[in-house]
Design a protein around this ligand. Sequence first.
Ligand code: MRU
Length: 437
Amino acid sequence: MTDEDRTTPETDVTPTAAPAEEPEFKPGPELDIPRTIWWEDGKVRMIDQSRLPLVGDILECETYTGVCWAIKGMAVRGAPALGVAAALGIAVWVENESDSYDTHDAFFAGLEDVAQEIRETRPTAVNLMWGTERLRRLAHSIEGAPLEQIKARLVQEALSMIEQDEERNRWIGKNGAELLEPGSKILTHCNAGSLATAYFGTALGVIFAAHAEGKIEHVWVDETRPVMQGARLTTWELMTQGVPCALITDSMAGWIMSRGGVDAVIVGADHIAANGDVANKIGTYSLAVLAHEHGIPFYVAAPTSTIDLLISDGEEIPIETRSEDEVTGVTWSSTLESPSPEAQRAFDALTEKGSYELDISRGHKLHISRKGAGFQLDGWARIAPLNVPVVNPAFDITPAKYITAIITERGVARPDFETSLGLLSMGSGGINEVTIE
Ligand code: MRU
């Protein structure tokens, strides 16, 4: 055969371009919910959850202290979202504030301080520790490289965690949906939805996935006193996705269970000990006891980054206590978009210097600030007597004995949790693997 004979036959289907890559399989439906947190122009941006759903502001953080402030004020919240926020907090420091740390020693000392400050913003969510430790570990693993390279890798790593979190949550959703029967009536607490994660959600991720499979008849949403994450965020997410739901006060759950209204309880987690004890939003423990009494399965949905094999049981989990104001009053936010000319003049005068804090009798407060052509109003209305003693633990511990299963992205752990969680966490990159001594 000569070279002339070697002409391409007409039937040749040899591709001229590289073969198209298989699209990555991302289980679960597309959501119509805004993203929780992202990186734009070297800054961290997030939807301000403290005012949702009635006011949808975007916050922009150019410094790590801005990110710490957003975490403490719960503009960003929910364990997996906090893990990502922690990493992005370090990234924003690296990007905008680390120039003066121009030797390796100075940079690594600065990194320690920033990581420490971020970790201390909210003590219960282990993901905060996981997010900061993951970046610290990476920095130490390449400490011999030029500083600019270390910095670039840290930012890149933080950004990759956004996508990874969504992917994990989608697998949690898939694994959890398999546990539910068609026609399921679910009860959930707090917000373990898309907003509590980089995207998609954990407990709500299971509900979204099961709803897409036609398995969800109804979801009961605990309002979740005192910060109302259920009333404000979970209802909003479910309604956005068209999932049938109803809002109840926390104290109604037992009654509804006793009438046969709940087939399964699904909640998220902020910190899971090696024995399966779970720290989650205050009120979770009472629900688990109620579910046990009524023979209802109690599921916890969480990524393996929330599992902490370094602590043996829930007693070792620090519980965050928050401001008394969360219990003695309620907050509200609104905007005044087209004020009458008289109101415009009055509010203009009040906000001449930027914003105005109005102290009303009985301790109510109103904060007025400018917003575009209108005004932003943030109120706090006192509902309890002045000086009443208050306790406000933000989380409680649910003993493993009340938990039917823990749903993770790598599979479903059942009792004995010490063994099943240990196996599932192996090689997961969870907190037990990222801590540097
Ligand atoms: O105080 P929050 O709103 O950060 O508490 C959130 C919760 O307790 C969630 O249930 C938990 O973080 C799981 S979120 C996927």
